[in-house]
Design a protein around this ligand. Structure first.
Ligand code: 4NP
Length: 149
């Protein structure tokens, strides 16, 4: 079992979208998928209604009880793939890692996923997240051939 964590600023828009899209895309795979925030700004808050609307529109199962949680050093130890949704997220993750877990920290997609908290465009987020999750599943399957064989 490999453990994947998607990380964004608030853990209410982009990273929970990636978490539940990946759970759908990788539903037959030996992956544990979660998501976290780099900040504590939204701590305990539910998934943004824009992201929930996307789940409903595309028939993606999700947990209504999912609440924003800030990433910790212990999470950096636990997860095998820690994937920041944009460059700022990766920068903040590397600062927390302080060189200890940098080999497990990745950028979700070149150029990053624009934040719908500011753009309001959750459909654009969904398109990027869906493509990115398919690419990541493929990449993880190649890297973890033994696990998937
Ligand atoms: P997210 O979006 O990082 O995709 O969850 C944001 C959510 C909340 C805030 C910023 C971005 N905020 O400023 O509280």
């Amino acid at each position: 079992m490999k453990k994947v964590c998607f990380v964004c600023l608030g853990n209410i828009c982009r990273s929970p979208m990636a978490e539940f899209v990946m759970k759908e895309v990788a539903k037959d795979s030996p992956l544990l998928v979660e998501s976290r925030a780099t900040s504590n700004w939204e701590h305990g808050n539910p998934i943004h209604r824009g992201t929930q609307a996307i789940f409903k529109k595309h028939g993606i199962a999700y947990e209504v009880t999912k609440a924003s949680q800030q990433i910790s050093v212990s999470d950096l130890e636990t997860f095998d793939y820690i994937i920041g949704m944009d460059e700022d997220n990766v920068h903040d993750l590397k600062r927390l890692s302080a060189g200890r877990f940098d080999d497990k920290i990745f950028l979700f997609v070149e150029g990053g996923v624009p934040d719908p908290w500011y753009t309001g465009d959750f459909d654009e987020t969904y398109d990027l997240v869906t493509k990115g999750c398919q690419d990541w599943l493929h990449q993880i399957m190649l890297a973890e051939r033994d696990l998937f064989s």
